[in-house]
Design a binder for this molecule. Structure first.
Ligand SMILES: CCCCCCCC/C=C/CC(=O)SCCNC(=O)CCNC(=O)[C@H](O)C(C)(C)COP(=O)(O)OP(=O)(O)OC[C@H]1O[C@@H](n2cnc3c(N)ncnc32)[C@H](O)[C@@H]1OP(=O)(O)O
Length: 279
C-alpha cells in the first residue's frame, strides 16, 4: 500500500499542468487548465450500474490521473437523477465464474485506487446512490449531494451481505452505531438525513452547485503541503487498504462462492423482477 501512494506522490512533484480531456465509452475525464481540477464522469445509461467494463474504465481513468499534476478530482455522473445504481445486478445473476471473478476483482481494484489516490477526491452525488454507488462515494475524501435523492448500503434488502471493506468504508465515515443500524436494515438515507449522520458532508441545490462546492473544498489545501497531506491520508486510510490487499483472494472466493448459492440467486431473481415491474 505504501508503494501505491509513494509512487504517485512523486508524480505530483514532477509533472506539469496541461489541458486534458479524454473520453472512453463509459467514463469521461476532463481537466480544467485554470483550476487544475479533474472531473471524472460516469456515463453508462440508464443508471450507471457498475459492470466489468465501467469499473475497468473508471479504474484506468483514476490511475491515469495519478500521473498528472491536478489539484483534485471530482467523481460524478452524466445522468440527470442517478449517480450510480450500484453494482450491475446482471453481473451477479446467473454468472459465469470467470466473468464473476473478473468483475469482483475490478471492483476491488477500483476501490483500492480511489481510496488511495494521491490527489484529493470529491464525490458530487447528483442523483440516487445506493449500494456500490454509495461505496464509490465513501471512497472519496468528501461527499456533496444534491437534495432529494437517496444514498446508503442497502445490500441486506437484496438478501446479500456487504463485504468487510464496504462496512469499513462506512464505519470510517459515520459512527459504528449508525453503521450497524444502517447496514443491518439496508437503510437508504435521503439527502438531508445523510447530512445529519455525516454520511455526506454538504448538500447542494443541483449538480453545478455541487461542482462549485467541490472547488471550494479543494481550495482548503492551497496552503497545505501536498506531501504532508498525502502522508496524513495514508496514515488514516492505510489500515483499511492493507486489510483488503491482504484478504483480496479470500474476499474474491467468498464472493464467487456466495453467488453460486441457490438462495442468493433466488433473492437476486426476485429483486430484479421487482425492479422491472416498478414501471
Ligand atoms: C460474503 C461476501 C458476499 C458478497 C456479496 C455481494 C456483495 C455485493 C454487494 C452489492 C452491492 C450492489 O451494489 S447491488 C446493487 C444494488 N442496487 C440497487 O439496489 C439499486 C436498484 N435500482 C434502483 O433502485 C433504481 O433503479 C434507481 C433508484 C437507481 C433508479 O430508478 P429509476 O426509476 O430512475 O430507474 P429504473 O428503476 O426504472 O431502472 C432503469 C433500468 O435499470 C435497471 N437497473 C436498475 N438498477 C440496476 C442495477 N443495480 N443493476 C442492473 N440493472 C439495474 C432496471 O431494472 C431498469 O431496467 P429495464 O429498463 O430493463 O426495466
Amino acid at each position: 500500500m505504501a508503494s501505491r501512494m509513494f509512487i504517485r506522490s512523486k508524480s505530483i512533484a514532477f509533472n506539469t499542468l496541461r489541458t486534458y480531456s479524454s473520453s472512453t465509452k463509459l467514463v469521461d475525464v476532463s481537466i480544467n487548465d485554470k483550476t487544475g481540477i479533474a472531473t471524472v464522469t460516469m456515463q453508462r445509461p440508464p443508471v450507471n450500474s457498475l459492470n466489468l467494463e465501467l469499473l475497468t474504465e473508471l479504474n484506468g481513468a483514476l490511475q491515469d490521473l495519478g500521473s498528472k499534476k491536478i489539484k483534485g478530482a471530482i467523481l460524478t455522473s452524466s445522468l440527470k437523477t442517478i449517480f450510480s445504481a450500484g453494482l450491475d445486478i446482471l453481473e451477479m445473476y446467473k454468472p459465469k465464474p470467470e466473468r464473476a471473478s473478473a468483475f469482483w476483482t475490478s471492483l476491488q481494484d477500483t476501490w483500492l485506487t480511489l481510496y488511495s489516490t494521491p490527489y484529493p477526491t470529491v464525490a458530487a452525488i447528483n442523483g440516487h446512490s445506493p449500494a456500490g454507488g454509495c461505496l464509490l462515494s465513501l471512497a472519496c475524501e468528501y461527499r456533496i449531494m444534491v437534495n432529494n435523492y437517496t444514498i446508503g448500503l442497502n445490500e441486506t434488502k437484496l438478501g446479500i451481505v456487504a463485504p468487510f471493506w464496504f462496512v469499513a468504508s462506512m464505519k470510517n465515515v459515520i459512527s459504528h452505531r449508525e453503521s450497524e443500524l444502517a447496514l443491518t436494515s439496508g437503510r437508504l438515507y435521503k439527502t438531508d438525513e445523510a447530512l445529519k449522520v455525516g454520511l455526506i458532508d454538504e448538500t447542494a441545490e443541483n449538480k453545478d452547485d455541487a461542482l462549485a462546492k467541490a472547488e471550494k473544498f479543494f481550495a482548503r489545501f492551497d496552503a497545505v503541503n501536498p506531501i504532508a497531506r498525502l502522508l496524513t491520508k495514508q496514515e488514516l486510510r492505510g489500515e483499511t487498504i492493507k486489510e483488503l490487499e491482504d484478504r483480496k483472494q479470500e474476499d474474491l472466493d467468498r464472493f464467487v462462492g456466495f453467488l453460486m448459492l441457490p438462495a442468493v440467486q433466488k433473492g437476486l431473481d426476485v429483486y430484479l423482477q421487482a425492479l422491472k415491474k416498478k414501471q
